[in-house]
Ligand binder design. Structure first.
Ligand code: MN
Length: 178
């Protein structure tokens, strides 16, 4: 995770800064760039997405001692997926099913919660996303995210992700945007 944070994420930041240098994008908030990403270069899409996604991801992580989501978020998960375990199964399937590099997401879309995934460093806020919405949980399933510890065992990485989700943070995002 330290290498992931200090090398991989830093590279997205450096490449993004280089790509926007001297352009009007330098003065546009990243989230606005992301939402209109089809107007920008592939370099800005990949590295702007990379910076947004990783910043989002680090904020979601905290040792949770097996805690589960509570309150309104849990009720909405149960309403939209049937149960928390069914949601976990759907999210895991999405994370495992993403061929190559990308992300799995829990998003707010059309007044409900949905699971989706994106390739590369795309995310559901992007105007180019197949399924658009507001992310409240995301998991990096690039090999760089798990290969040092888990080698090819993406399934173990996804399984252990549930031990480090900061559900209070996810609940706050849910209540802010739902
Ligand atoms: Mn990553």
């Amino acid at each position: 995770m330290e290498i992931h944070h200090t090398k991989h994420h830093q590279a997205y930041i450096n490449n993004l800064n280089n790509a926007i240098k001297g352009t009007e994008a330098e003065n546009i908030p990243l989230e606005d760039i992301i939402k209109n990403i089809s107007k920008y270069s592939l370099t800005i899409r990949n590295n702007g997405g990379g910076h947004w996604n990783h910043t989002f991801f680090w904020n979601l992580l905290k040792t949770n001692n097996g805690s589960l989501p509570k309150g309104k978020l849990l009720r909405q998960i149960e309403q939209d997926f049937g149960s928390f375990d069914k949601f976990k199964a759907e999210f895991t399937k999405s994370a495992m099913g993403r061929f190559g590099s990308g992300w799995a997401w829990l998003i707010i879309a059309d007044g409900k919660l949905k699971v989706t995934s994106t390739p590369n460093q795309d995310n559901p806020l992007m105007d180019v996303a197949e399924v658009k919405g507001i992310p409240i949980l995301g998991l990096d399933v690039w090999e760089h995210a798990y290969y040092l510890k888990y080698q090819n065992r993406r399934n173990e990485f996804v399984e252990n992700f549930w031990n480090v989700v900061n559900w209070e943070y996810v609940e706050n995002l849910f209540e802010k945007y739902f």
